[in-house]
Design a protein around this ligand. Structure first.
Ligand SMILES: *Cc1c(COP(=O)(O)O)cnc(C)c1O
Length: 504
């Protein structure tokens, strides 16, 4: 493809994207292909001779499109949203244009410096504590700072590595030799609740430490008492507590851990406190949500995904640390071919030391585009609109009378089920009987299945305290109240059908 062909197809490409978004709400959100469908449609080797854009475009329509689940559809209420936006896409195009590998400042000074600037903007936008800023209010360089990671899972691993480093330093400061401190690493324990995202446990596997899973309370929260008890038990057993993950908006029910209580324990026990706000962190753009996150200002690291609910195309996960010393010490390795900037290094971060890989994309661009082209007001409006749609959905379900809400609706997530009274009618529910519990669960599982088969909207089910429930996450950048209205109609109609069929 020469540059003139690129001009032609590139312009065509924008029309393809615009058409896709224009028609997205009319398309069934979920792909219905069977596993292995694509292999049968594909040649089994790369073409010997170059092929044309037209040919590939044709295959996108006929072969790829059927295998797409449309996460950007306004009718997509599955898992958590993964927002795209037009400003985000434009920023990403610039990133593709430059296609740099920005591991050091000199690789492209603008890439490093823009990341520092936008991560400070973003920290202020969500009301993070000043400790997390790269540049202090008086213009001096801070010891904290933010960095863009690919995912919340990666951010967890990076935080755990920094935590491990800090603990090794702490142990040596307490009199352990370097060797002793190193050999104690296998005794390091990370704390999570049974509601914490699997990313923490995966991170623990990767770095080779233990995890202790603590039962969440009735409101799905990790509490101070439970953490304190677990830490004390582990200390008695000769283990070394070093990391705790507190969640602001769990994946299953959007619950919020007792962040202040966790901070108390973490401070008293010299444990690294990481806040996972992957989904709900975006809500902190709106000041009214900030009281819910009290305690996170005392964290050692804080992470949320603008690629979930803040209009920034995947991937963009924002991680801040209050003190970058341990992170940089843990991950910095010098090589002659990776020169650092000479002279005045203030305000210059070697972000390669803040992440797992060496190379990194220019992701700050899309975040900068989003913050500039929506403005703080536009981002707040985006969040508040979804929260109000979620509340409206909850009201509609409650007004119907056949549903119960299974976890508080705080953000855009509504967790509900068809309630036992609606399934058994007014007859007495044999609460204790296993058969009736099964029937309540299978009715709700069937409802989710029917909604997915109907395929005008998409959502998923989950389990809450052993009960099968329905989970609707409002938050598509391209969704409107109409999409939520349709969702309610479909839920109600299919509930009537499922109840009538008396599923056992
Ligand atoms: C989605 C989610 C994650 C995982 O996010 P990735 O960026 O895909 O790794 C972690 N924690 C919570 C609370 C989440 O909702």
């Amino acid at each position: 493809m020469d540059i003139n062909e690129f001009r032609k197809h590139g312009k065509e490409m924008i029309d393809i994207i615009a058409d896709y978004y224009e028609n997205l709400n009319q398309v069934p959100p979920k792909s219905t292909v069977k596993p292995g469908y694509l292999y049968k449609l594909m040649p089994h080797e790369a073409p010997e001779e170059p092929e044309s854009f037209e040919d590939i475009k044709g295959d996108i329509e006929s072969k790829i499109m059927p295998g797409m689940t449309h996460w950007q559809s306004g009718n997509f209420f599955g898992w958590y949203p993964s927002n795209s936006s037009f400003p985000g896409m434009l920023g990403d195009m610039y990133s593709s244009m430059f296609n740099i590998v920005g591991f050091n400042w000199i690789c492209s000074p603008a890439a490093t410096e823009l990341e520092t600037v936008v991560m400070d903007w973003l920290a202020k936008l969500i009301g993070l504590d000043k400790r997390f800023l790269s540049i202090n209010e008086d213009g001096t360089e801070g010891i904290g700072g933010g960095v863009i990671q690919g995912s919340a899972s990666e951010a967890q691993i990076v935080a755990m590595i920094a935590a491990r480093e800090r603990m090794v330093v702490h142990l040596t400061s307490q009199g352990a030799s370097d060797e002793e401190a190193e050999s104690m690493r296998s005794k390091f324990v990370a704390y999570v609740s049974d509601q914490t995202h699997s990313a923490t446990q995966k991170g623990a596997k990767i770095i080779g430490c233990k995890t202790r899973v603590i039962s969440a309370d009735a409101k799905f929260r990790l509490t101070k008492n439970a953490l304190e008890t677990a830490v004390a038990e582990d200390r008695n057993a000769g283990l070394v507590p070093f990391f705790v993950c507190g969640t602001f908006g769990t994946t299953n029910t959007a619950a919020i851990d007792d962040l202040s209580g966790i901070a108390d324990v973490a401070e008293a026990e010299h444990i690294w406190f990481h806040v996972d706000a992957a989904y709900a962190g975006s809500a902190l753009a709106c000041p009214e949500f900030r009281p819910l996150a009290i305690g996170s200002e005392r964290a050692d690291s804080f992470n949320f995904n603008p690629h979930k609910w803040m209009l920034t195309n995947f991937d963009c996960s924002a991680l801040w640390v209050a003190d970058s010393t341990h992170l940089v010490n843990a991950l910095s390795i010098h090589r002659e071919y990776l020169p650092r900037v000479k002279g005045d290094t203030s305000f210059v971060k070697d972000y390669r030391d803040w992440q797992l890989p060496l190379g990194r994309r220019f992701r700050a661009l899309k975040l900068w585009f989003v913050m500039r082209m929506y403005g703080v007001s536009g981002i707040r409006k985006h969040i508040r609109t979804h929260v109000s749609h979620a509340k409206w959905l909850e009201e509609q379900l409650l007004a119907d009378g056949r549903y119960e809400i299974m976890a508080p609706t705080v953000f855009g997530l509504v967790v509900f089920r068809v309630k036992p009274q609606a399934i058994f009618g007014s007859s007495i529910i044999p609460e204790e009987s296993k058969r009736s519990v099964n029937k309540i669960n299978s009715t709700n599982v069937e409802l989710v299945k029917r909604i997915q088969e109907d395929n005008r909207v998409f959502l998923v089910g989950t389990k809450v305290k052993g009960n099968d429930v329905v989970r609707a996450a409002v938050g598509s950048s391209h969704g409107t109240q109409e999409n939520v209205k349709q969702l309610v109609q479909i839920i109600k109609k299919l509930t009537t059908e499922v109840i009538a069929e008396n599923i056992i």
